[in-house]
Design a protein around this ligand. Structure first.
Ligand SMILES: [Fe+2]
Ligand SMILES: [Fe+2]
Length: 660
């Protein structure tokens, strides 16, 4: 075949004369017609070569037009009509709307050569234009399909949160898009020794073969190392026939050990946006038919082909998307680790502030997590349809861990106050009573001396005996007062008669070293010792209660991610009660977030059962549950959440740590 553009015409027709002078420029193809009108030689028409039929409209026009309509794209018809008197009528007929769609142009049989040439050029140009337009459309369609495919994969990659699953997805999607039977993924790792490659995973459609992670040196003597170092694509139609001159060889140990047959091999870098190579993808055996399994050398010969340019392009594009997704995921994990570290440092800070409640935050968090999981699993009651997803569980966990963080804003002496008086106050009070004792003794000695000086011996002795008796009684009373104060200082319930006794002591006075009369108890001490129950007076209680506000203020400063945005809101309501008797906002019912309702049950339970408060005995679990039941009856706690807490024995799922 000449490869020249072809001109076809009916042998002996008027078109032959028009075509003859163009012999040097075009490949002329006369076609003969038998008696029945069938054409011989016309089947070969086209054959990929642009062709123009000079169709004698009188003889062959209809047949040729019919052939043209078969859809041969590189094919045009120029209709030739006789140049006699009837020509205009025939031409009109030929140019009817039916024909126009398949005939490119019309020429009279006596058309001058230059007109014939120009018309032919226009016809071939038209073929070329249409061809290019079609090819362009095909390319655009392919690109669009590929872009959609890559977009879909990109979405899948960016939504995968777990690194292991992400790497699996990267490899499987790259294999899918390149029709690779098998593949492996390596990651570039950095440690104190420098960089190396970690073989992370392998996939194989045809064969299951156990593998283990291993580490490869970052060196050019392996294909993965070469690609990782140079960032170059390696594409070999046959791994066993790698051209000489490369620093690496194909490592056939996998084939040897598994019986697999590697043929075509593509090694690609996974580059991030900065162009750094984060990993390497190795794809093996590009299959003609994705479903084929390669179980023998024969299968490989039948189904495996080299990786084509399109596969390389797509795989490279996917590999860089994968690198970005992997890098983002790593970054996300690092941020999560950072947040975890920050939260655990914050928890340590709270526990150090008040060692007597050590472990409380961790236990409340663990109880609340367990309760949330139990609520997820419950199939009855109003929470049957409630489900906390992984993100919400994390939000609950952080809120529970940090619920008491605001205690760092409460004065330490108030925070750890175990008795009504502060330890220093009791010390001062004891020293005051020591002084009172000594002062009483000194007064007694002074009085006795005076008696000696003012009375004769007989009278003096009896007066001194009376003074001694009086002194003993006064000392006894002072001792009694002190003992009473020490007892009243305990955070237990104060009885009515004890208030009276306190008033009695308060009315006693002594002379200080400067001779000024002072009361046994100052107003501040009386106020604290008069606390009817517990160790805190109303202002101290308010200060302790303010920890919730401090918690909220502190947590609100943190720019939580969208999924953790409710942490401050959940944490700040942990002392609210359903009936509005809680603090500090006196929220009611649904004003309290559901996670908080769970946390409150766990918080109270731990406060009751924790055994690490020196001033407060741990309450046994049955007693703690019955106290919680009382709270439920008083409409303070959610009855359905408590039912889950009780029935699922949440308190047993987390063993409270024993005090050290
Ligand atoms: Fe609290
Ligand atoms: Fe708490």
């Amino acid at each position: 075949m000449s490869g020249k553009k072809q001109i076809w015409y009916l042998e002996g027709s008027a078109a032959e004369k028009l075509a003859a002078p163009l012999r040097t420029r075009y490949d002329l193809r006369p076609v003969s017609q038998n008696k029945k009108g069938a054409l011989r030689g016309a089947e070969a028409t086209g054959n990929g070569v642009p062709t123009v039929w000079l169709a004698d409209m009188k003889a062959s026009g209809k047949v040729l037009q019919a052939r043209a309509r078969e859809g041969r794209s590189k094919y045009r018809i120029i209709g030739i009509f006789p140049a006699n008197g009837n020509s205009s009528a025939k031409a009109r007929r030929a140019r009817s709307s039916n024909d126009r769609s398949s005939v490119f142009a019309f020429l009279p049989s006596n058309a001058p050569r230059n007109i014939v040439e120009k018309t032919l050029e226009a016809a071939f140009e038209n073929i070329d234009l249409v061809e290019r337009d079609r090819a362009g459309r095909r390319t655009v369609k392919t690109w669009e399909r590929e872009r959609e495919e890559l977009n879909e994969i990109g979405v899948a990659l960016s939504s995968q949160r777990e690194i292991g699953a992400l790497l699996t997805l990267i490899l499987s999607k790259t294999r899918e898009i390149t029709a690779a039977d098998a593949g492996s993924l390596y990651l570039v790792e950095q440690d104190s020794q420098g960089q190396h490659l970690r073989f992370m995973l392998t996939q194989n459609d045809s064969l299951e073969f156990p593998y283990q992670e291993f580490v490869l040196p970052m060196a050019e003597n392996s294909m993965a190392g070469y690609t990782a170092l140079r960032g170059e694509v390696l594409n070999f139609p046959d791994a066993y026939k790698i051209p000489a001159g490369h620093p690496f060889r194909f490592n056939n140990s996998y084939d040897r050990d598994s019986g697999y047959h590697t043929r075509s091999l593509l090694t690609l870098p996974m580059r991030n946006a900065k162009g750094e190579v984060l990993g390497v993808l190795q794809l093996i055996n590009c299959k003609r038919n994705r479903a084929a399994r390669l179980l023998s050398a024969k299968d490989v010969a039948k189904y495996v082909q080299p990786f084509r340019e399109r596969s390389v392009r797509l795989a490279l594009s996917l590999a860089s998307q994968a690198a970005v997704a992997y890098e983002n995921r790593k970054l996300y994990n690092e941020i999560e680790t950072l947040l975890e570290g920050f939260v655990s440092a914050a928890v340590t800070a709270i526990e150090q502030r008040d060692p007597t409640t050590s472990g409380h935050s961790l236990r409340v968090s663990a109880y609340t997590q367990s309760l949330a999981a139990a609520v997820n699993a419950t199939s009855s009651g109003p929470y049957a349809g409630t489900f906390f997803d992984a993100e919400q569980l994390k939000e609950i966990r952080y809120a529970a861990l940090l619920h008491d963080f605001g205690k760092v804003g409460v004065r330490e002496e108030v925070l750890v106050k175990a008795k009504k008086l502060y330890p220093l106050q009791l010390d001062v009070l004891r020293q005051r009573f020591d002084y009172i004792r000594k002062e009483t003794e000194a007064g007694n000695v002074r009085r006795k001396l005076q008696v000696y000086l003012e009375h004769d011996r007989g009278d003096a002795l009896s007066e001194i005996a009376r003074l001694s008796e009086d002194f003993d009684q006064r000392l006894k009373r002072i001792e009694e007062y002190l003992q009473f104060i020490i007892e009243a200082n305990e955070p237990t319930l104060l009885e009515q008669h004890q208030f009276q006794k306190l008033r009695e002591i308060a009315q006693q006075s002594f002379l200080d070293p400067r001779g000024i009369e002072r009361p046994y108890l100052n107003p501040g001490e009386i106020k604290l010792l008069s606390i009817p129950k517990g160790s805190l007076d109303p202002s101290e209680r308010l200060e302790i209660e303010s920890h919730v506000i401090h918690t909220f203020n502190f947590l609100s400063q943190i720019p939580w991610t969208k999924s953790l945005q409710k942490v401050p809101e959940i944490a700040r309501a942990h002392h609210e009660k359903l009936n509005g008797t809680g603090y500090p906002y006196k929220l009611r019912g649904d004003q309290i977030p559901l996670p908080t309702k769970m946390m409150t049950i766990c918080d109270i339970f731990d406060a009751l059962t924790a055994s690490d408060r020196p001033y407060k005995r741990a309450v046994p679990i049955p007693r703690a549950l019955s106290i919680l039941e009382d709270c439920v009856r008083a409409s303070e706690l959610d009855p359905d959440l408590f039912r889950v807490f009780h029935e699922e024995k949440i308190y047993e799922r987390v063993m409270p740590p024993t005090a050290e």
